[in-house]
Design a protein around this ligand. Sequence first.
Ligand code: F0G
Length: 458
Amino acid sequence: MKLPYAESYKIKMVEPIKLSTLEERKKWIKEAHYNVFQLKAEQVYIDLITDSGTGAMSDRQWSAMMLGDESYAGATSFFKMKDMISNITGFKYVIPTHQGRAAENVLFSCLIKEGDCIPGNSHFDTTKGHIESRKAFAIDLTIDEAKNTQLEVPFKGNVDVNKLEKYLSENADKVPFVIVTITNNTAGGQPVSMENMREVHKIAKKYNKPLLFDSARFAENAYFIKVREKGYENKTIKEICREMFSFADGMTMSAKKDAIVNMGGFIATNMEEWYEAAKLKTIVFEGYVTYGGMSGRDMNALAVGLDENTEFENLETRIKQVEYLAQRLDEFGIPYQRPAGGHAIFVDAPKVLTHVPKEEFPAQTLTVELYLEAGIRGCEIGYLLADRDPVTRENRFNGLDLLRLAIPRRVYTNNHMDVVAVALKNVYDRRETITRGVNITWEAELMRHFTVKLEPAK
Ligand code: F0G
């Protein structure tokens, strides 16, 4: 008999978690204004709010922490991190930042001015936030297939190259750079193919525009290239990464994802001009350029995490767990963005809660229902997160409205995935009885989903 698949690690340290009662959860979610970001973590049983900074570090990462060099300038930890990043990406200039959005803040402060337009594939909310807060515009040119959750497309995160060519031919003067997010988080953790990166690079060069990769989950992207794209089956993940980054002029990185650290990020580039400009901003916003908001120990852990998580076995274990949850949802007929993404399952909320009008935020309603059902905390990647149009101030209902179940790396077992699947099935079974969603009682101007206050619609 063929041996079943099992994780490529064993567990050395555990952390207790506990299921609460329905009565408790009803009280807590009300106190949290029906916004799961406002819950206390201890009120949560299985926490799938994000895979960012929530991963379990390895024994090698923890041991590297002990060797952290906390020197203010020129720490060995910086050089260990820089060498690892340069090895994997081919970029020679590296600037640490405290997390991904800080890398965006530093770099965008140098590159974006009012009225600029930044074309790309479904910019992540912080990326969009850093663009829009500079009175510039994020232009989403993701392939149309990404909007149909039931369509099985291997590289659903791709940029539509025809749209990009057309956009640049008409607006090149307003575009400081092109951005590609790997994997495409907002479209469902969907990968971008090597071919697409090559094409985007070619078009960007034609118009003399630099290409930036938002690389939070680049290793997962490389895994999908290896298992889905012709010609890459026999390449190592590290070889694939090197080729991917050969098409970019620079990267911003949230190391809290694919480098499996709890905090950290960086900018890396071969463009001296970007590097010099970013160094100045880093010193003002983040810290001296050899630590940029990170402790030496964290830079050490980041270096080891990047090395480990650009190995096939680690990525296979991770992505197979996401696929496992997807298979369980398939058994129950629950619709999600297909195929399963690299870091999360994105449930298509309007297809589940068909009676909840869009004005009452179906995905947020489903997020609340799943929490009430079993203390599972997912997060809305939908109409709330989309914020209002900066010009008309209308809600943006034109995208997808998803409940994201993001799976932390190396934290939960497939038994936990079973609990998640069954809890969702129970909500799914009573979906006809859920006819009202939520209304906003207070919201911030930008990135409102973190702090929005809601109440059940009457
Ligand atoms: N880019 C992408 C694609 C991201 O997913 C994130 C964060 C960032 C940039 C910003 O990085 O959090 O380190 O400042 N995503 C998290 C998430 C928050 O839950 O998807 P950060």
